[in-house]
Design a protein around this ligand. Structure first.
Ligand SMILES: [Zn+2]
Length: 360
């Protein structure tokens, strides 16, 4: 997978991080030993407001996307349970270190595997909430589709090849030990994939759903199509916090089943919400609306160049190499090399023929 593609696929992003780590090692930098495979905590919680936490992985297992924990008067809501049943079970266990209150609500920001495949661990006492389209996707052949096959199945296989190769070449015992631990963690993740049973939300929304839990108001809102056709944001009006899923990340989100043409307008609507803090689907928490404006400009240019190539009949693979969005690199470092994900261009061409083209 080319470097620029790696920037848009989160699984591949991790691969890139590992590669950079290996590079640091070659340059004489330290290699950090990950925590023991499967050990708790698997999640780091960053307090964003009273009872509101942003969640990322510690590295002991593959947790997938970022998540959020919202502790209410009597119960807990979590956003995006993670990539596997093991990820979600460890999320539940780690939440117990924050509060004894039970998790009663899980919100899927969208249907992608790295956010929603943890759904399967929750019983009937937990309300799984998502958009109608998220339910529809998770009831379809999501395991056979391009998004899962390329970002997960193929990426897992390449990661095995890469790690085994690095282990074979490693001469430093410390480096070898770190790589072997990374391999063990990756093996656990690969094993967990075999246990995936895509599980749809049981409570769905078309536009809005608001939970009033004690003094907490939690708005779950569909603002338009963007990263998928079922993206919802979780908005806390009193705390001025929004969790966006992959509609907003610190890098460039995957575009293989996106609606790039509609994405800027959807972000415009999101920006009408009165928030100060953003919890993105991947990357760190940030403040303000500037990054969303930069993403709007990026996706507009992406669409202009991709749709032009589609109109001229250029094959997506070829067009993707030539599309140049490097003028956005100052605002969005992930755009620093020319070229984009061919799957995104392919998707733009599909949607030009049919505005409701199914995912592949
Ligand atoms: Zn996604």
């Amino acid at each position: 997978m080319r470097a620029r593609h790696a920037l848009i696929s989160i699984t591949a992003l991790l691969t890139l991080a590992w590669a950079l780590l290996a590079q640091a090692q070659r340059a004489g930098g330290p290699m950090t030993m990950p925590p023991a495979p499967g050990s708790l905590p698997a999640h780091k919680f960053e307090k964003v407001a009273e009872g509101v936490y942003f969640s990322t992985g510690t590295g002991s297992i593959n947790t997938g996307s970022n998540g959020a924990v919202i502790v209410n008067a009597d119960d807990v809501l979590i956003v995006d349970p993670g990539i596997t049943a093991a990820a979600a079970r460890s999320f539940v266990a780690d939440v117990k270190t924050l509060t004894p209150k039970p998790i009663k609500y899980v919100v899927d920001t969208h249907y992608h595997y790295d956010h929603a495949f943890g759904n399967q661990v929750f019983g009937p006492d937990v309300t799984l909430i998502g958009h109608d389209m998220t339910r529809r996707h998770l009831m379809a052949n999501v395991l056979q589709q391009r998004t899962y096959q390329t970002n997960s199945v193929q990426a897992i296989a390449s990661r095995f090849t890469q790690l085994n190769d690095q282990i074979a070449k490693a001469t430093d015992p410390q480096e070898k030990a770190v790589l072997q631990r990374q391999l063990a963690i990756h093996q656990q993740y690969a094993d967990e994939q075999k246990l995936i049973k895509p599980t749809p939300p049981t409570t769905t929304l078309t536009n809005d759903l608001t939970l009033h839990r004690g003094g907490r108001e939690i708005q779950i809102r569909f603002m338009g199509r963007a990263h998928t056709d079922g993206d919802v944001v979780v908005f806390l009006p009193q705390e001025k916090i929004v969790a966006t899923g992959d509609m907003v990340t610190n890098g460039l989100s995957y575009t293989g089943d996106a609606f790039v043409q509609e994405w800027p307008a959807t972000l415009e609507k999101v920006m009408t919400l009165d928030f100060e803090t953003v919890m993105p689907g991947h990357g760190a928490v940030f403040k303000g609306k500037e990054h969303m404006k930069n993403l709007q400009a990026y996706w507009r240019d992406f669409y202009t160049q991709a749709s032009d190539a589609c109109r001229r009949g250029i094959a997506p693979e070829e067009a993707a190499k030539k599309i140049d969005l490097t003028k956005h690199a100052a605002a969005i470092p992930a755009a620093k090399a020319p070229g984009v994900d061919a799957r995104g261009v392919d998707r733009v061409c599909d949607l030009m023929k049919n505005p409701n083209a199914p995912v592949r």
